[in-house]
Design a protein around this ligand. Structure first.
Ligand code: FAD
Length: 489
């Protein structure tokens, strides 16, 4: 963590904290770095915060904690920037004790409703919780911070549905959250900076990592060397992972990609091939690597469902925000990877700014940007860095050429690539929505969250916002009751 990012939030009570008068309430959805920083900044400045997260513990993806019942003795061994986490964790505990933050864990928010359409009068946050995640709960708030993070982009290839093939983040989540290593011999593949900590984490935890297969090449890095070198802290972090991989004799295969996963009922090997400068597979370069785990990642996509239902404007795949992290819907702020994927330091900075701004505006004050000076600097630096990272690690072009006709693309509805190609080539579909209507791809349980980018890629169009009304499936009975049982407005 850079010094700027470390200083960007403050867990002590601020001079601005309310001396009297009714506290206005803020719902912060997501307890990752962005949500924690927002909740702490707002609570220490006088707002009452309800922090809501689907997870069993705070931390989000970056600070994912092992389940308490596992009794991990050294959870920090799986993390970096542990001191920052300790400050967040202790700050949260202190604010909960003071009654300024209510922390609702294992609450999955399915919708945020705007109250009073003519005269806005706050928000109703609808969540599901309980052992089956079907118990409804509602939180009334004067304002909302959306800090819902990102999810992994999944692209299909022959054999990707075999047991043993998982996402890179999934492998890491099992390790950090469950202290579990899937399999013994792993290949980590795809593209993006996440692959390095995943491969290093698996290797340090005892897996034999047979190879790290990255589709970007050294020339991509060289093209952005100047901007990247302006961020020595990040380069040092990356070099640390590379050193760990070299020490553990992990083969690093740049400008290579997985073209097939093979196995009889479960993963037994992967075929890897070299890529030409345009990103096409070089014929004859295929090589088989034996493994029982393939952790594959193609980057992250912002979680925007709740923002979309609220009517917030998107910019590309992310929620659009101003300098204060406000969306264009009054009373709604967004921070962290929901506003664009950029790493934990950026999420912390954005969360802090959102929390400061929301607390001031809820108290009827014009916020003073000096309150987030350090965070604004940290945000600018991180955004500059991430723009170069995105340019280096864009998912390779021509991935669709390796998708054979019998490869399942939509797992929920079991739609193979041939059906999607037929919809495009023979039925004239030119967009993912028409393909969905013709083939059912994206109509299942996950509502296209997994297959959306793949269907768009095979259709030859850009992915578009989904406009799903709910962020997760909701039982009909809960929907019916949501209309009848309302907290006092
Ligand atoms: C699988 C995965 C693994 C990653 N691993 C690394 C890593 O090793 N190193 C690294 O530098 N970066 C990693 N990242 C990137 C990382 O997410 C960010 O750097 C950082 O955690 C982003 O912080 P955030 O607060 O914006 O989002 P997150 O940390 O993702 O937190 C978002 C939180 O919102 C909650 N949430 C989302 N939707 C809802 C809802 N509808 N209802 C209730 N709660 C909800 C989630 O449970 C989550 O706790 C990873 C990302 C992913 C997706």
């Amino acid at each position: 963590m850079s010094r700027h990012a470390h200083d960007a939030y403050d867990t002590r009570d601020s001079q601005e904290a309310t001396g009297g008068g009714a506290r206005r309430s803020l719902a912060v959805i997501g307890a990752g770095p962005a949500g924690l920083a927002a909740a702490l900044a707002a609570a220490t400045r006088g707002s009452h915060v309800t922090l809501i997260d689907a997870g069993a513990q705070a931390g989000g993806q970056f600070y994912r904690q092992p389940a308490e019942e596992l009794g991990a003795r050294r959870p920090q061994a799986l993390h970096h920037q542990w001191r920052t986490w300790e400050r967040l964790r202790d700050g949260l505990a202190a604010q909960i004790t003071k009654g300024r933050i209510t922390h609702l864990m294992e609450h999955h928010v399915w919708c945020v409703e705007r109250l009073g359409l003519d005269e806005p009068s706050g928000f109703l946050v609808h969540a599901l919780h309980g052992p089956t995640q079907e118990e409804p709960s509602m939180v009334r708030a004067d304002a909302v911070v959306l800090a819902t993070g990102a999810y992994e982009k999944v692209l299909p290839f022959p054999g990707w549905t075999l047991p043993g093939v998982i996402t890179a983040g999934g492998a890491q989540a099992m390790l950090k959250g469950g202290l579990v290593l899937q399999g013994r011999t792993a290949v980590v593949a795809g593209t993006g900076p996440l692959l390095l900590p995943v491969a290093a984490g698996l290797a340090s935890a005892g897996a034999q990592v047979a190879a790290l297969v990255e589709s970007a090449g050294a020339q991509h890095v060289a093209r952005h060397a100047r901007t990247l070198s302006a961020h020595p802290d990040k380069l040092v972090e990356g070099a640390g992972y590379v050193a760990e991989l070299i020490r553990r004799r992990v083969r690093l295969k740049a400008r290579h990609a997985i073209v097939e996963a093979q196995g009889d009922g479960a993963l037994e090997a992967v075929t890897v091939a070299a890529l030409d400068p345009a990103g096409r597979v070089t014929p004859g370069s295929e090589q088989v690597i034996r493994c029982d785990t393939l952790a594959v990642g193609h980057g992250l996509l912002p979680h925007t469902d709740l923002a979309e239902t609220l009517g917030c404007r998107l910019e590309g795949p992310a929620v659009a925000v101003d300098d204060e992290q406000r969306t264009d819907v009054r009373g709604v702020w967004a921070a962290g990877e929901a506003t664009g994927v950029g790493g934990a330091a950026l999420s912390l900075a954005e969360g802090h700014i959102a929390g400061c701004s929301a607390a001031a505006r809820l108290a009827g004050r014009e916020p003073d940007p000096r309150a987030w000076n350090a965070a604004a600097k940290s945000r600018a630096r991180a955004r500059d860095f991430i723009a170069s990272v995105d340019a280096v690690f864009a998912p390779r072009a021509y991935w669709a050429e390796q998708v054979t006709d019998d490869t399942v693309v939509c797992r929920c509805e079991e739609v193979p690539a041939s059906t999607i190609r037929e919809a495009v080539d023979e039925l004239g579909a030119t967009d993912a929505r028409t393909v969905k209507l013709l083939t059912r791809a994206g109509m299942g349980w996950c509502q296209g969250r997994m297959c959306g980018p793949a269907v768009a890629g095979l259709t030859g169009c850009e992915p578009v916002p989904s406009r799903r009304p709910f962020a997760r499936p909701v039982p009909l009975g809960v929907l019916a009751r949501a209309g009848e049982e309302r907290p006092d407005e």
